[in-house]
Write a protein that binds this ligand. Sequence first.
Ligand SMILES: N[C@@H](CCC(=O)N[C@@H](CS)C(=O)NCC(=O)O)C(=O)O
Length: 212
Amino acid sequence: MLTIYGRANSSNVSVAMWAIGELGLPHRRLDYGRGYATTHTPDYLAMNPTGLVPTLDDGGVVLFESGAILRYLGSKYGDATFWPTDPAIRGPLDSWAEWGKNAFVAGAAEIFYEVVRRKPENKSPEGMRRAVAAVTPLATMLNARLTSRTWIGGEDFTFADVAVGHQLYRYFTISWDRPDLPALAAYYDRLTGRPAFREHVMVSYDAHWNTM
Ligand SMILES: N[C@@H](CCC(=O)N[C@@H](CS)C(=O)NCC(=O)O)C(=O)O
């Protein structure tokens, strides 16, 4: 039985939970993090010295960093489609996974902060312009990748889709003047057809309004 420590409304927790859902793994998730059980205890910090969520405990194997958790789950429990064993196939997918968890997350988070998290008194047209300028080239790059593909790798859904796609629920449901990127929009539609995406990624972000 896997244990995930982390609140369901965290996008990083959603990476771990979506992977768990796709792989059909028995698990329990404990509500830790902002608004729930504190992570600032010696016991939690011994598992995850960052004091952030998620943390995974798999029978005493303890990991933090959602990208590392995704790769651990893929390599231990994924089949050769979700987690290709051939480095020549997995490596290029991992480029997208790494980009998704770093560059795309950073750009998408800026928009989410501007629209949802910032208190009205901390919002500014300049902040919004900066956020749009940050995310638009990234979304455009993703759109180009998806123009001729069903999933990030091609015909098969893989770990790279989890690393890239987990930001898209917020990206497509917050209110902003999104660039017109049809392949990206179609990809998001396909993601919403996946039960594990609906359960673990399409989670209310109401608790995030006006928190910074
Ligand atoms: N790079 C880390 C970032 C983790 C992170 O920033 N987690 C946020 C939630 S998305 C957090 O723990 N926030 C504080 C809290 O909930 O107490 C990862 O990918 O796991």
